[in-house]
Design a protein around this ligand. Structure first.
Ligand SMILES: Cc1cc2nc3c(=O)[nH]c(=O)nc-3n(C[C@H](O)[C@H](O)[C@H](O)COP(=O)(O)O)c2cc1C
Length: 223
């Protein structure tokens, strides 16, 4: 499949079939993604790949914290700026609404919205969960590197008929994740990812997010 088809076909998948994914397939994906460019060739990314008991152990650990009424275990994992300005505010709002509309969740139904958010913390039922970390000493430029690697993992998975959902929602649980996976103190959990075969019948997978037009994201000069 060409890059154009991969980019067009990839979308965030939030319900998966039980079909397992072999370790060798994931190794191939990560080796491919490892070909990504990075500043100074630092390759600052690390990935923890979880299936079976390892995956379930993490899900259970976070679930027990949620059951105690906790919503996070570290406070330096803000995903969005406190006050988003336009056009980002509207884009974020539309993103949430598209999801809730697909699931028939009323915007005012906070418990239902919360339940959907918490589904993140089960990897949306995907048989494989990935945790992406970087050394805490890394800076903004290395976040770029990780992003390039991260997108390449998604595309490489897509090429193998697998689906993904990027999950920043794991970041507020960095401490629990680190404890469960024996991640060293100098590493920071940046983002998670659900990986598996899509359940194409589930309503949550039936919508597609639009994108801003070229006029909004680019300017050309001197042509
Ligand atoms: C870094 C990153 C983090 C994300 N975190 C989450 C998440 O925690 N939960 C979720 O449901 N979607 C998450 N998403 C998915 C976005 O909502 C999605 O990419 C966006 O709406 C565009 O839709 P598409 O991926 O289907 O094209 C994340 C995407 C990225 C790139």
């Amino acid at each position: 499949m060409g890059i154009k088809e991969l980019l067009q076909q990839r979308r965030s998948i939030r319900a998966f079939s039980d079909q397992p994914v072999s370790q060798s397939k994931i190794e191939a994906i990560l080796l491919e993604a490892g070909l990504s460019a990075s500043g100074g060739n630092l390759q600052p990314w690390k990935v923890y790949v979880l299936a079976g008991q390892a995956r379930q152990g993490l899900i259970d650990a976070v679930a027990s914290k949620l059951a105690q009424g906790l919503t996070q275990d570290n406070t330096d994992a803000e995903t969005y700026p406190a006050r988003l300005k336009e056009p980002y505010r509207t884009r974020r709002y539309d993103c949430g609404m598209a999801l809730y509309d697909a699931l028939g969740i009323d915007r005012k139904d906070r418990p239902a919205r919360q339940r959907q958010w918490e589904a993140n913390l089960t990897f949306f039922g995907a048989p494989v969960g990935l945790m992406f970390t970087m050394d805490r000493l890394m800076g903004k430029a290395q976040y770029l590197d990780l992003g390039i690697f991260f997108q390449t993992v998604m595309l490489s998975a897509q090429e193998r008929g697998l689906s993904t959902c990027a999950q920043r929602s794991w970041a507020p649980w960095g401490q629990t994740i680190s404890e469960q996976l024996n991640i060293a103190d100098d590493e920071q959990v940046i983002v998670g990812m659900a990986l598996g075969y899509a359940d194409t019948t589930d309503a949550v997978n039936q919508y597609e997010m639009g994108r801003a037009g070229l006029d909004e994201i680019a300017s050309f000069d001197g042509f």
